[in-house]
Design a protein around this ligand. Structure first.
Ligand code: FES
Length: 83
């Protein structure tokens, strides 16, 4: 659909606006965190690609910064757990 982007987040369909980052789509869907680290639950901290708090797996590729990666229709996003 024009103007929208549809991604799959942990198996659940989520939609956002075309041009949004993955983090933008996740936040727009009500998610605040999407990664479990030793320090606890993480999401966006800096929002500019520096802190790496927002890492997700995108289409099987681990360690993608959600705040820097534009959401593409059909992307499959999985939360990451690092212990
Ligand atoms: S929020 Fe800091 S790198 Fe994405």
């Amino acid at each position: 659909m024009s103007g929208e982007v549809g991604i799959i987040v942990d198996g659940e369909p989520v939609s956002g606006r075309d041009g949004q980052t993955i983090a933008g789509v996740l936040i727009g869907s009500g998610r605040i965190t999407w990664r479990t680290a030793q320090q606890g639950e993480r999401g966006v901290f800096c929002g500019i690609g520096v802190c790496h708090d927002c890492l997700v797996t995108v289409n099987g590729v681990e360690g993608v910064r959600a705040c820097r990666r534009r959401a593409v229709d059909g992307d499959r996003i999985e939360r990451e757990v690092r212990r």
